[in-house]
Design a protein around this ligand. Structure first.
Ligand SMILES: Cc1ncc(COP(=O)(O)O)c(C=O)c1O
Length: 379
């Protein structure tokens, strides 16, 4: 038989699947997977039931249901004073993951280079490679996960087409400072490359405000903002995401979307359009609940002697391992001996070996799950 696609043949099982399988085999409490072990709000599910019953069950418009695009645009204006035209500057996708994939295919040609700030979410590399482009990593250095400006400048060449920034940042919990985004933005303008800003954790910040990259001076014209409702509503299985940006870029992203998935589940879009208009009320408890969960896990781990790096955003916390420990062995040991599953962070790096010194905990879990994990870790 002839070989399959060369790039796809390199893809292997993700570390998340490996750890989850191991957690199940060992009946461990799973703090590895990046999604809640509790359901999303029932009032939002009720809206989906209503939409299903109202027979919104045929293909949705490929760009996304208009009421949803309007709600997305409304929220960017409402929360960030960022004006987006719902008719031409928003495309609804199957989660942020599809938006990232379509954006890479829409922008990149074979031979182009994409600067990625490692550690990074694993779909970036796959999307870049499937576009025939090359990822150029720049390492965010623990414990504060700053980048070295000289390393960043050295990563940029005349082949640089795109830089991907994830803010708030998975897995580190970092929220980029205004100064850092300005440095990135100035380089983008100087060397004329695009920015893809993955902001799926935009509403999960603790005591710092989120500011979309596109709202920094003169960055709107070269920035694609990607987000989704998975994390914000704890409904990761709905896979409602979007890309927003200048009309020409969104048109190109839509051109890929229309031939990959065409559209997103119609009733879920109708429901989410309504839910997004109720964010003010919803976010109060959402933010307070996650802040409590973060405190519970971070304080508990600190009391147990873990060197935890308290996150400014996302629902993850990283811990630095004791000298001489390696992340993969340590995670396996935690699963087998303590019955707690976490993620070894080396999987998020392609250049530096810093990841082998850290593990990631997810606190999007019921309080009883977090307390159970802390109890297990005690013994
Ligand atoms: C940084 C980052 N981007 C994108 C995604 C995927 O988002 P979605 O579920 O909307 O595809 C995730 C999910 O874990 C993520 O952590």
């Amino acid at each position: 038989m002839k070989p399959l696609n060369n790039t796809v043949e390199q893809f292997t099982e993700s570390i998340f699947s490996t750890m989850t399988k191991m957690a199940m085999e060992n009946k461990a409490i799973n703090l590895s997977q990046g999604f809640p072990d509790f359901d999303g709000p029932s009032w939002v599910s009720d809206l989906a039931v209503k939409a299903l019953k109202e027979a919104k069950n045929q293909y949705a418009p490929s760009m996304g249901v208009l009421s949803l695009r309007e709600a997305i645009a409304h929220n960017y204006a409402r929360f960030y004073n960022y004006q987006v035209n719902p008719l031409s500057e928003v495309v609804v996708t199957n989660g942020a993951t599809e938006a990232i994939f379509c954006a890479c295919l829409a922008l990149l040609n074979p031979g182009d280079e994409v600067v990625v700030l490692e550690p990074f979410y694993d779909s970036y590399l796959a999307s870049i490679k499937l576009s025939g482009a090359k990822a150029i990593p720049v390492t965010l250095k623990a414990p504060d996960f700053h980048f070295d400006i000289e390393e960043l400048k050295a990563a940029i060449s005349d082949k640089t087409k795109l830089l991907i920034v994830n803010n708030p940042h998975n897995p580190t919990g970092k929220v980029f400072t205004a100064e850092e985004i300005k440095i990135i933005g100035d380089l983008a303008k100087k060397h004329d490359f695009y920015l893809l800003s993955d902001e799926v954790y935009e509403f999960l910040t603790f005591d710092v405000a989120h500011k979309p990259t596109a709202t920094y001076e003169d960055l709107k014209e070269r920035t694609i903002t990607i987000s989704s409702t998975g994390k914000t509503f704890g409904l990761t299985g709905w896979k409602i995401g979007w890309a927003i940006g200048p009309a020409a870029l969104i048109k190109a992203i839509h051109n890929v979307h229309q031939f990959s998935t065409f559209c997103v589940a119609h009733p879920l879009q109708v429901a989410m359009a309504e839910a997004l208009m109720k964010m003010d009320e919803y976010l109060v408890d959402f933010r307070a609940d996650y802040k409590k969960k973060k405190e519970l896990l971070v304080t508990g781990l600190k009391e147990l002697g873990f060197n935890v790096l308290s996150p400014k955003g996302t629902y993850f916390a990283m811990a630095l391992l004791p000298e001489g420990e390696n992340d993969i062995d340590y995670c396996k040991k935690l699963i087998v001996e303590k019955k707690v599953a976490t993620i070894p962070t080396s999987a998020f790096y392609i250049k530096s070996d810093e990841g082998s010194r850290m593990i990631r905990f997810c606190f999007a879990k019921k309080d009883e799950t977090l307390l159970g994990a802390l109890e297990n870790l005690k013994h």
